[in-house]
Design a protein around this ligand. Structure first.
Ligand SMILES: Nc1ncnc2c1ncn2[C@@H]1O[C@H](COP(=O)(O)OP(=O)(O)OP(=O)(O)O)[C@@H](O)[C@H]1O
Ligand SMILES: [Mg+2]
Length: 322
C-alpha cells in the first residue's frame, strides 16, 4: 500500500548574506495511515525546517531545492498551485507551530479564529462554527471553554495558548497533523493528557502525525517510528522500540544518555551532557558532521561522510555499521 505522505530527497536551505545554511539535506521518509512518526534531535538539527517544507511554508531567504518531492496521496505538494495549497493547509494537513504567535492573530479572539477556519474549510454557519470552536477547546482540556473562546490570545497563559493551538490544528479533522514540540509549555500532567488525546486521534479518527521533539523520553509507547536528525541529515531512523532500546548511532546513544532520569544525581553527582556543541550553521565539519563530538570517530569519519545504510529494520548513517 502506498504511503500517505512520501518525502523524497528533501533539501531546504537558507541563503544568507554571509553563508548558506543547509537546514535539511537529502531527507527521505514516508508516513503511513494512522502512524506516529517522531523527529528528534538537538536544537538546529533541521526538525522544524523539515515539517515547514512539507506544507511549503519556507519563506525567503529560505528555498526548497527543485529536486525535492513531497507526495501526499500521490500528488506533489511542492508543485501545487496557491489555491490548492490553501485548501490543503489546515484541512487535510494541519500544523501546530513551535512559535504560538505563528498560529494566532493578536487582534481577534481565539474562538473567532478557530471558527473562521471551520467556516472556510467545512462551510459551517457562523453560529455552528462558534459552537464547534468551544467544543474543540474543551477537547484539549481548556476549562470554561465557552468563556475562554471569547478571550484574545494575550489573555491566555502560555500553556492554554499552546492547547488552543492544538485545538485549532485538530478542528477540521486533518488526515495529517504536523506537531512541532506541541507540549513544551505544558506541565507534565497536561502534557500526558494531550499526548493521549493526540494518540487517540491517530487510532480512532484516522489521523497520522509527525511529532517533533527534542525530548526522547516521552516517545516510548507513543511513537511508532523515530527519525533522529543531526545537522540537517537523518542519522538514524527505525521502529521506536529499536531506536530507544537498541540505538545504533553513537549520536542516538549520546542523546539517550543525556535524558535526565530520577536518581541520576545519586550515581554520578551530575547530569550527563554530550560533549561539544552542534556545528554552527553554515560551518559544518567535513566527513561525518558528528565526528568532533563522537567518542568512536576514526580518521575516515573526519574526511568522508557516511551513507545512510539499512541495518535490520532501521537505517543508520555511521561507518561503525558498514
Ligand atoms: N528563517 C531562517 N533564516 C535563517 N536560518 C534559519 C531560518 N530558519 C531556520 N534556520 C536555520 O536552519 C537550521 C535548522 O533550523 P530548524 O529551525 O529546522 O532547527 P530545529 O531542529 O527545529 O531546532 P529547535 O529544536 O531549536 O527548534 C538552523 O541552523 C537554523 O539556524
Ligand atoms: Mg524547531
Amino acid at each position: 500500500m502506498a504511503a500517505l505522505l512520501d518525502v523524497q530527497n528533501l533539501s531546504t536551505r537558507f541563503n544568507l548574506v554571509a553563508h548558506t545554511v543547509r537546514a535539511v539535506e537529502d531527507v527521505s521518509f514516508t508516513l503511513n495511515e494512522n502512524e506516529i512518526l517522531a523527529i528528534a534531535g538537538e536544537s538546529g538539527s533541521g526538525k522544524s525546517a523539515t515539517i515547514l517544507s512539507i506544507l511549503k511554508l519556507i519563506q525567503r531567504p529560505g528555498e526548497i531545492d527543485g529536486s525535492s518531492r513531497i507526495l501526499f496521496d500521490g500528488k506533489d505538494i511542492l508543485r501545487m498551485s496557491e489555491p490548492e495549497l490553501n485548501s490543503l493547509r489546515g484541512k487535510s494537513i494541519s500544523m501546530i507551530f513551535q512559535e504560538p504567535s505563528a498560529s494566532f492573530n493578536p487582534l481577534f479572539t481565539v474562538g473567532a479564529q478557530i471558527a473562521e477556519v471551520l467556516r472556510a474549510h467545512l462551510r459551517l454557519s457562523k453560529t455552528e462554527s462558534l459552537c464547534r470552536a468551544a467544543e474543540v477547546l474543551a477537547q484539549v482540556h481548556i476549562p470554561n471553554a465557552r468563556e475562554r473562546a471569547r478571550d484574545f490570545p494575550f489573555q491566555l497563559s502560555g500553556g492554554m495558548l499552546q492547547r488552543a493551538m492544538i485545538a485549532l490544528a485538530l478542528a477540521c479533522g486533518p488526515r495529517i497533523l504536523l506537531a512541532d514540540e506541541p507540549t513544551t509549555a505544558l506541565d507534565p500532567t497536561t502534557s500526558m493528557r494531550i499526548l493521549e488525546l493526540l494518540k487517540e486521534k491517530t487510532q480512532g479518527a484516522g489521523m497520522s502525525m509527525i511529532f517533533v521533539t527534542h525530548d526522547l523520553e516521552i516517545l516510548s509507547g507513543f511513537a511508532g517510528r523515530i527519525m533522529v536528525m543531526y545537522a540537517g541529515r537523518i542519522f538514524e531512523s527505525g521502529p521506536a522500540c529499536s531506536v530507544l532500546e537498541d540505538p545504533l548511532h553513537p549520536y542516538t546513544k549520546d542523546l539517550l544518555a543525556a535524558v535526565p532520569r530520577p536518581g541520576v544525581f545519586k550515581d554520578t553527582g551530575r547530569l550527563y551532557s554530550i560533549q561539544g556543541r552542534v556545528p554552527e550553521a553554515g560551518n559544518r565539519p567535513p566527513g561525518c558532521a558528528y565526528h568532533p563530538r563522537c567518542s568512536r570517530a576514526t580518521e575516515l569519519c573526519r574526511t568522508e561522510e557516511p551513507a545512510l545504510i539499512q541495518k535490520n529494520s532501521s537505517f543508520v548513517r555511521c561507518r561503525l555499521h558498514v
